[in-house]
Design a protein around this ligand. Structure first.
Ligand code: NDP
Length: 215
């Protein structure tokens, strides 16, 4: 497949690029900073050097799949970009058969035994937390994706913790936060990358969101 990864030099994004390359796919990392991308991914990687909002439908017309692995720093006040990036990617893919994976947040999942997204139950004081802005707009991103009919989107919420780490195997859930045998909720970037490539190669969650935990 021809796969483009927005944020392909990022913490999760570069692992997705590497997993896709290792599986023999033709991969382009969409990045703002070519030097940073080459340091992370090496000189052989194919780059499209553009800000996400400047990528056009022509730029991505040839890809079978795109992955949104973009983020913004906690406390930056730029959380709205999560939603705006997703809206832009949807707008440039509208009406095409391209698969589009969006990495969402865990706050749009419900706690085990409940069916209300965690974000809707945060106490007012949570608004002061540095992660709140990102959680809010990734929750809105999920609400937005649910309205999208003309793009083959797939949403993936990580577990509560999403550390950098190797591919060791994963377990899939739907809308409820997954907790492992250790009582913790976590998914490594390696397992996320593996799950994204499995889904792109054999899509089973079109126009759905699912979640993952480490096995
Ligand atoms: P990173 O912090 O590594 O950022 C990814 C890329 O986003 C960067 O490499 C950068 O790419 C790009 N970026 C950052 N700021 C901007 C900006 N202002 N404008 C344009 N591009 C920008 O992301 P992670 O890999 O940590 O996160 C990936 C996904 O996982 C995100 O959706 C994140 O919210 C989610 N996540 C969820 C968690 C949870 O729910 N438990 C926990 C952690 C992450 P470049 O400079 O190359 O263009």
């Amino acid at each position: 497949m021809k796969i483009a990864v927005f944020g392909g030099s990022g913490r999760a994004g570069h692992v997705i690029v590497e997993e896709a390359v290792a599986r023999g796919h033709e991969v382009t990392a969409i990045v703002r900073d070519a030097d940073k991308a080459k340091k992370v991914l090496g000189d052989d990687v194919t780059l499209l050097v553009k800000a996400p909002q400047d990528v056009t439908s022509t730029d991505i017309a040839d890809f079978d799949a795109v992955v949104d692995a973009l983020s913004v720093p906690w406390g930056s006040g730029l959380g709205h970009l999560h939603l705006e990036f997703a809206q832009h990617i949807v707008s440039i893919l509208a009406g095409t058969p391209t698969l589009a994976v969006f990495i969402l947040g865990s706050a749009s999942l419900s706690m085990p035994g409940e069916n209300v997204p965690m974000f809707e139950e945060f106490p007012p004081q949570a608004e002061a937390a540095p992660w709140y802005d990102g959680a809010k707009f990734q929750y809105q991103e999920w609400q937005f994706l649910k309205t999208v009919q003309d793009v083959n989107w797939i949403g993936i919420s990580p577990s509560e913790a999403f550390p950098s780490g190797p591919k060791t195997g994963y377990v899939i859930g739907q809308d409820t936060l997954l907790v492992g045998d250790d009582g913790q909720s976590h998914i490594t970037t390696g397992n996320m990358a593996s799950a994204i490539l499995d889904e792109l190669e054999h899509p089973t969650h079109l126009k759905q969101r699912f979640t993952l935990r480490d096995k």
